[in-house]
Design a protein. Structure first.
Length: 238
């Protein structure tokens, strides 16, 4: 399967970031709810959508979505549907993750973070299973391939104590790959998405090989994502 953000999270953290400025106090994670649709484009060409919802209760947060991607691979049209479902504690700590793909092959992935080491099971369309275990560090965030609302959850982790450079342990379930990342605050900037200009908070996510720029509103809702190296842009649909 083709990966849009194919460069995986790396262990080394890039420290070169711009100074931060104060950020308005945001609601606690337990009070956070959001839903919407992102338009996914690569090299300026629309190639899919992501519909998502994030719902909070007194003791957990449920983030799920439906991603549809349509692109050409060696002259052949490829249509992929994926369905991620991430359950977190009220403190945004991962509890479990499930991911299904139809492309037209069928895959089902489950990851259990409730015990250490965490356990991942990938069920393939041919009936085979790939089982792996991982010892994952604290401050864990899930950023799976081509699942963009999960960056909004990373933003929420950052805004719990906003400002400066904050380090997190990342995990890409589809790649079965852990690694480190950093988030920094680049201040407020005017940005343009889908023909409209907005003043939004600019956050920068970095590893030693990858940079992802995020623009969020004053509630921490993701409005735009840009990965320059992948020529990838994700913009919230109005």
């Amino acid at each position: 399967m083709k990966r849009i953000l194919c460069k995986a999270l790396a262990v080394a953290i890039l420290a070169a970031v711009v100074p931060s400025t104060p950020y308005p106090q945001s609601p606690p994670p337990s009070a956070f709810n959001d839903q919407g649709t992102f338009i996914i484009s690569q090299a300026g060409r629309p190639m899919g959508t992501e519909k998502f919802s994030i719902r909070s209760s007194s003791n957990q947060i449920l983030a799920q979505g439906e991603v549809t991607l349509l692109y050409e691979d060696s002259g052949r049209a490829v249509n992929i549907h994926t369905f991620p479902k991430l359950v977190l504690s009220s403190k945004l700590e991962p509890i479990s993750y499930a991911w299904d793909e139809k492309s037209p092959d069928i895959y089902h992935l489950e990851v259990d973070f409730r015990s250490s080491p965490a356990r991942s099971v990938l069920k393939k369309s041919n009936g085979k299973e790939d089982v792996r275990v991982f010892r994952l560090g604290p401050d864990l965030v899930i950023l799976d391939n081509n699942i963009f609302h999960q960056y909004e959850l990373l933003v929420r982790r950052y805004l719990a104590s906003p400002g400066g450079i904050q380090a997190f342990n990342g995990f890409i379930p589809q790649e079965a790959l852990p690694g480190g990342l950093a988030v920094a605050d680049a201040g407020t900037a005017e940005t343009k998405g889908r023909g409209k200009k907005k003043n939004l908070r600019h956050l920068i996510v970095t590893t030693n090989t990858l940079r992802v720029d995020l623009w969020v509103d004053n509630l921490g809702r993701l409005d735009r994502l840009l990965s320059p190296s992948a020529e990838l842009e994700v913009v919230r649909k109005e």
